[in-house]
Design a protein around this ligand. Sequence first.
Ligand SMILES: Cc1cc2nc3c(=O)[nH]c(=O)nc-3n(C[C@H](O)[C@H](O)[C@H](O)COP(=O)(O)OP(=O)(O)OC[C@H]3O[C@@H](n4cnc5c(N)ncnc54)[C@H](O)[C@@H]3O)c2cc1C
Length: 313
Amino acid sequence: MTFPDLVPALKSALPQLRGRVLGNEPLAPLTWFRVGGPAQALLMPADESDLAYALASLPRELPVTVIGLGSNLIVRDGGVAGVVIRLGRGFNETKVEPGQRLRAGTAVPDLRVAKAAQEAGLAGLAFYRGIPGAVGGALRMNGGAYGRETKDVLIEARGVDRAGNVRTYSNSDMHFSYRHCGVADDVVFTQALFQGASGDPAAIAAEMDEITAKREATQPVKSRTGGSTFKNPEGHKAWQLIDAAGCRGLVVGDAQVSELHCNFLINRGNATAADIEMLGEEVRRRVQAHAGITLEWEIKRIGIDQASGTGPT
Ligand SMILES: Cc1cc2nc3c(=O)[nH]c(=O)nc-3n(C[C@H](O)[C@H](O)[C@H](O)COP(=O)(O)OP(=O)(O)OC[C@H]3O[C@@H](n4cnc5c(N)ncnc54)[C@H](O)[C@@H]3O)c2cc1C
């Protein structure tokens, strides 16, 4: 499917844009699942002021969606209407600051946050070693692992709202809860300031190696997946509910519930976004029937469902 070309209108609305804008740009290669249709326009701002300029100048009725490294995302087969923002080079710096702090742009992969902290002897950020997203996604999802989450290590974040205003959000302004940030959905985060603690680089490196080994043993980290599909309901583990409902290995089209970790869905090669989403909905239905518990999607689904022409939810 292709959208009407938005690029000429965008170029005339944004004459001073320093970044790039591409029409009907495939999004599948930018996601871990490797599925889904194109962005009507993919905008890659040069830096924070370029992003603020773009958001202030774009017509207010134009939908704007931001994506990170696509590790928690199903892009639907009909693609994403309007403008999709992806941050790149101008948001890719890390800097160690006094007081055991680390500043990172939101395009920095979480892995690099963990490594930069390790090299500087900053403890407390090693958990980012195993999360395959970038800092913007970690802020939006309150990403975490092994008993720590972004809420525990964030001092403040910066972001740009839909009107183009740049703002700093303190940890409490972020209204974090489990895999959720309460800041308005249209805010694009640009930077994060993390608090570490004094630590020994060799000990932190050993902790990171242990995380890597644990992940490789328990998760299909080399597959086309979106990580944990559903949030753990209060007092339960989603994977146990899914397993008990008989869904381990369940297949729809070329999408499958992972045999290794059954809260992970995988694209075996030729799955469509619809296959993956239908499989997830079937898992929810079976868990509801078996345990009376409604699973809530952790994975974000964006764009238009090709069959019904509807979306997003
Ligand atoms: C193998 C595997 C293992 C995983 N393990 C974990 C884990 O242990 N813990 C965990 O928490 N997650 C895990 N995940 C899920 C995922 O990596 C995290 O949710 C991650 O934080 C998403 O970051 P991303 O850059 O990929 O964001 P995307 O998937 O691209 O987007 C996710 C959400 O963040 C928003 N977003 C992205 N960038 C920005 C920005 N700059 N400003 C505002 N909003 C933004 C998007 O709009 C979307 O709503 C795993 C995923 C995989 C594939």
